[in-house]
Design a protein around this ligand. Structure first.
Ligand SMILES: NC(=O)c1ccc[n+]([C@@H]2O[C@H](COP(=O)([O-])OP(=O)(O)OC[C@H]3O[C@@H](n4cnc5c(N)ncnc54)[C@H](OP(=O)(O)O)[C@@H]3O)[C@@H](O)[C@H]2O)c1
Length: 283
């Protein structure tokens, strides 16, 4: 649900820039308060019980700097930028202030505002879990949910690290995921990959369709199962998961690091990371 309201114009503090928002992306799950299994109480505690604690939702913008605070040195009015305030939200707005030392970077020139506004949610989640799982050149990686915001970034960034990527998504997205760098693509509607694939160094699960019990036998010794879409029961199950032969289970929230925004802008500018946009709405 979207509702148009007039709110006071935000004024940039000394170290902040004000961005005129040209494009923003959205998380339908958060907007609908559709949280992972078992997370309702924690999520409502964070985001609000009867109504959103932060009434202006969404986490990510691309736009043009239109005003700067007194001590700002890195940006000037007119600069095209992308920013990821993340959990602080307030991005579905015409203007958003962001600290110049915060989660903001110059927009890569060849990206439209719409594309730049989709880089960070999936991209920063991917960067976080690629680091935690220590994905390295030569690793065999399985990405379940490879056509989504997180999965499409994982495919590209794992390839960039020199990993071999097998992807799971629907048939309609197979070509796109292959173009992003997957060496093999499996249609989850027609193939039960759990029974046919083995010997991965890392499995990224972004679809909530694979349990720890199902994933561990597909891993090599010292392999990592990264349960990105895990709900609370899955997360609790990982605590006592049988990590035989050094196999590990990784779950929990991704850390939002301001430096990821610059890293993602650089990766996009260099052509390594291509944002995937299914559609845009103009208001
Ligand atoms: N832990 C964290 O900090 C963190 C951070 C961000 C997101 N997340 C979670 O990560 C998950 C993914 O987020 P997202 O924004 O990337 O979602 P998304 O854009 O909706 O992508 C979901 C993906 O799952 C695929 N899929 C659907 N059903 C499947 C099945 N049965 N088997 C295999 N793949 C299937 C879809 O493929 P098709 O479209 O081709 O059908 C799509 O690629 C969400 O649960 C989100 O809450 C967690």
């Amino acid at each position: 649900m979207l509702e148009f309201r007039d709110v006071p114009m935000p004024e940039p503090a000394a170290g902040e820039v004000r961005v005129k928002v040209m494009a923003t992306s959205g998380d339908s799950r958060l907007r609908a308060a559709r949280f992972p299994a078992g997370m309702n109480l924690i999520a409502h505690g964070l985001f609000g019980f009867r109504r959103p604690r932060q009434p202006i939702l969404e986490t990510e913008i691309a736009g043009i700097v239109d005003a700067v605070g007194a001590s700002v040195t890195r940006y000037r009015p007119g600069d095209a930028v992308m920013a990821f305030p993340g959990g602080k939200m307030a991005c579905h707005a015409e203007y958003r202030c962001v600290a110049e030392t915060g989660p903001i970077a110059r927009k890569p020139e060849m990206l439209s505002f719409a594309k730049a506004a989709t880089l960070c949610f999936g991209g920063s989640t991917a960067l976080h879990f690629l680091d935690v799982a220590a994905v390295a050149a030569g690793d065999r990686v399985l990405v379940v949910g490879a056509s989504g915001a997180v999965g499409s970034a994982l495919v590209q960034l794992a390839r960039h690290r020199g990993a071999h990527v097998t992807a799971v998504c629907s048939a309609r997205n197979a070509d796109r995921v292959r173009e992003l760098g997957a060496e093999a693509v499996i249609d989850y509607a027609t193939t039960d990959f759990r029974g046919t694939l083995t010997a991965f160094d890392v499995i990224f699960e972004t679809a909530g369709s694979m349990t720890t019990r199902e994933a561990l036998p597909l891993l090599r010794p010292h392999g990592r199962f990264v349960a990105i879409a895990a709900g609370l029961p899955d997360m609790l199950a990982t605590i006592g998961a049988p990590g035989r032969q050094g196999r590990r289970v990784i779950a929990g929230p991704a850390t939002e690091r301001p430096q990821y925004v610059q890293q993602l802008a650089d990766l996009a500018a260099g052509g390594t990371l291509r944002p995937v946009v299914d559609g845009t709405l103009c208001v």
